[in-house]
Design a protein around this ligand. Structure first.
Ligand SMILES: Nc1ncnc2c1ncn2[C@@H]1O[C@H](COP(=O)(O)OP(=O)(O)O)[C@@H](O)[C@H]1O
Ligand SMILES: [Mg+2]
Length: 668
């Protein structure tokens, strides 16, 4: 077993061995060994660059003992680090730009990203000293940089060096560290638990990687595989038996529901596949961001292979796979035939529209006066057009309806009950819980023995916040006014996942920039009701473009990194940041011992009376507070006693409450 594990680890790189063996080897032989990996295919100039890099490494590493791994695969990112070298107590991550004169920010970020990937997701590297090094072989000496401080968290600032300076850079870093050597055997056999962002995961799945390659499958997250298998079995058995079935997967925010859905859809992405599936979501920004990311990736990879593909073509290819549910609905209204796919996966199914919303919309926007079905009922009816078999998979987030007209899961169950008596119902055994708002309906199908309950259809652990799975639990406690539990949970969470409080947005911005490294993404999120943050230059009225916000780089003023444009719960639901800043306005105030929900109309705050809208606002804050993978800062402004719409008393109660829930205040 140990050997097998070790082989797995070694398999991660195209060449691996001791430094001594590597230095003694013939470069051509090393290259030949790597070429056996079918995706290691070098063109002429790449080959020359690669040989130069290998010769340089042989020369520089000769005095050392340790291990070397070439083309070390980072599956989460779909790329490979040029070299990982372990010498004594330090793991060096080396990225070579042979012939390059300049240190580009994107190249620096890339090597830091590799180092972060090791530190965050590779068990043997969690505690080790890691030194990212960017080698631009021809860079000027005065542009080079060597870290001179030992970082508290053991991850060095990226070193920049040229070919002549590499030896001194390694030696300099080694001189700084006094610690035990990395035990190479156990490092090689230690497990790797990647947690991709949903965008990275989508790209990897679409490129054909299996979900197991890019995700965690340890005790903390085994559910994903079980849930995926369970969903797969429901699809296959419907197909085998010529039956129709609807299936409800539940889960806490960040537990992997969307990932399960994307996995199911990418497994059967081919139109000729008889299990051909489509991934649908009513979440416009999520769909736009994933489609754009896929199309860009498709173009980039196509160009590398010399394909002449246009952006539009790439986009239409990916649109067949991820679609906006409202678009799918409209297509099905136009065409009364059965849709091409037998399997439809609805993400955030709790957000599908109720009868009133659907009928109003059809009347106003589509000029269909006699539409008479809710969105769930209509969508099932579309799949029901297949004569033989069909499966509808609903991915359901608890407590995450955020908009008027969203039916919750109740309507899905009622629709099946009302109109599709021959459809099987498979439900997560947690769907009876209050936060899904369908207790009565589920009990009724249970009483009549109509539903099959599966524990595997529930995803219980939040994996998004990979350093601490208790973040979403803490958020729930905080929103449910459970101060004691919340402050106890936060003590646990905080050790790995910083959560801090401040009244100063500028300070929060500095905190975000200080926390994030490499290309780790950060941004400001606020509630869509946060109308009185304008004096802080936070304007929810000027709509952000989620595609730029989530995909553009640090030099783009429209990107989240710029900390100017802010996103609301509608933009960020289903997506995530590494580090987030939540600015808390007077729309959701804590006063006395409860939440006080307000909305700003015209020129003043008005109390929200409808219990439905009160719930939406609370859910909005749930979405905002669960967006960060690694840590968050919450800003509760001071207010202004001169401005009646921003009275300090509107904010002070919230600030005090958050402090009582255990949040520590950022020091200047
Ligand atoms: N088993 C897993 N291993 C690694 N990463 C995972 C796993 N499950 C989910 N993730 C990651 O965690 C984040 C949250 O997953 P997501 O599917 O968006 O959750 P949900 O839809 O339930 O809110 C995503 O970044 C996803 O890629
Ligand atoms: Mg999701």
């Amino acid at each position: 077993m140990a050997d097998e594990l070790r082989r797995l680890a070694v398999n991660r790189s195209y060449y691996s061995g001791s430094i001594a063996d590597f230095c003694a080897a013939d470069v051509d032989a090393v290259l030949a060994q790597m070429a056996r990996r079918n995706d290691f295919d070098l063109t002429g100039t790449q080959r020359e660059a690669w040989i130069e890099q290998a010769q340089l490494l042989q020369e520089i590493l000769a005095p050392y003992h340790g291990a070397i791994y070439l083309e070390f695969t980072i599956p989460r990112m779909g790329t490979r680090a040029d070299a990982v070298v372990i010498i004594g107590p330090v793991i060096f991550v080396l990225e070579f730009k042979v012939g390059e004169w300049h240190f580009h920010l994107r190249d620096l970020d890339q090597v830091v990203d590799y180092a972060l990937d090791l530190r965050n997701f590779h068990e043997g590297s969690h505690e080790a000293y890691i030194a990212p090094v960017l080698v631009c072989t021809r860079a000027r000496a005065d542009r080079c940089f060597m870290p001179s401080e030992v970082p508290d968290d053991h991850l060095f600032k990226a070193a920049r060096t040229n070919a002549q300076g590499l030896a001194a850079t390694l030696a300099g870093i080694l001189k700084l560290v006094r610690a035990e050597e990395v035990a190479i055997d156990s490092w090689e056999s230690s497990s790797y638990k990647p947690t991709p962002t949903i965008i990275e995961a989508t790209l990897a799945l679409y490129r054909g990687h299996a979900v197991a390659e890019i995700s965690r499958n340890d005790a903390g997250a085994t559910n994903l595989t079980r849930t995926a298998a369970s969903v797969d079995e429901i699809i296959r058995s419907a197909r085998r038996g010529g039956r129709k079935a609807v299936c409800f997967v539940t889960g806490v925010p960040g537990a992997g529901k969307t990932l399960v859905g994307l996995d199911a859809a990418t497994k059967h992405i081919n139109t000729k596949d008889e299990l051909y599936s489509v991934f649908l979501s009513g979440n416009g920004p999520l769909v736009a961001v994933l489609q754009e990311a896929l199309a860009r990736d498709r173009l980039r990879r196509g160009r590398l292979r010399g394909e002449k593909l246009r952006k539009g073509e790439a986009l239409s290819e990916v649109k067949a796979f991820i679609q906006n549910v409202h678009h799918f609905r409209d297509e099905c209204v136009k065409d009364p035939g059965a849709p091409p796919e037998h399997v439809a996966i609805f993400d955030e199914a709790q957000r599908a529209w109720n009868l009133k919303q659907t009928v109003d919309f059809m009347k106003r926007k589509k000029r269909i006066p006699n539409f008479s079905q809710s969105e769930p009922e209509f969508l099932i009816s579309c799949l029901n057009r297949h004569r033989d078999w069909a499966v509808v998979i609903c991915l359901v987030g608890g407590g995450q309806e955020i908009n008027t007209g969203e039916a919750g899961i109740r309507e899905w169950v009622q629709a099946v009950e009302r109109s599709f008596p021959d459809w099987e119902i498979h439900v997560s055994d947690r769907l009876t819980e209050a936060e899904y708002g369908a207790e009565r309906e589920i009990e009724s199908v249970r009483a009549r023995g109509r539903a099959k309950f599966h524990s595997d259809l529930h995803l219980s652990t939040s994996v998004r916040s990979f350093r601490s799975e208790r973040v979403s639990g803490w958020v729930k406690e905080l929103l449910d006014l459970d101060v004691d539990r919340a402050s106890a949970s936060l003590k646990e969470v905080e050790r790995k996942y910083p959560i801090v409080l401040t009244r100063d947005l500028q300070r929060a911005r500095r905190w975000l920039r200080g926390q994030a490294r490499g290309s780790e993404r950060y941004g400001i999120v606020v509630s869509s009701q946060a109308e009185r943050l304008k004096p802080h230059a936070v304007d929810i009225r000027s709509p952000v473009n989620p595609v730029h916000w989530f995909l553009s780089g640090k030099d783009d003023v429209r990107s989240s990194y710029y900390l100017e444009d802010v996103a609301t719960e509608f933009h960020v639901q289903g997506l995530e940041l590494d580090w987030s800043c939540v600015v808390w306005d007077a729309d959701f105030r804590h006063s006395g011992d409860r939440w006080d929900p307000w909305s700003f109309r015209g020129n003043s705050w008005q109390r929200i009376r409808s219990s439905e809208r009160q719930a939406y606002l609370k859910n909005a804050y749930r979405v905002l507070l669960t967006r960060a993978r690694q840590g968050m800062v919450v800003v509760v402004p001071e207010g202004d006693s001169e401005d009646p719409t921003r009275a300090p008393s509107y904010y002070d109660g919230t600030f005090d409450y958050l402090r009582r829930c255990g949040m520590s205040v950022l020091k200047s």
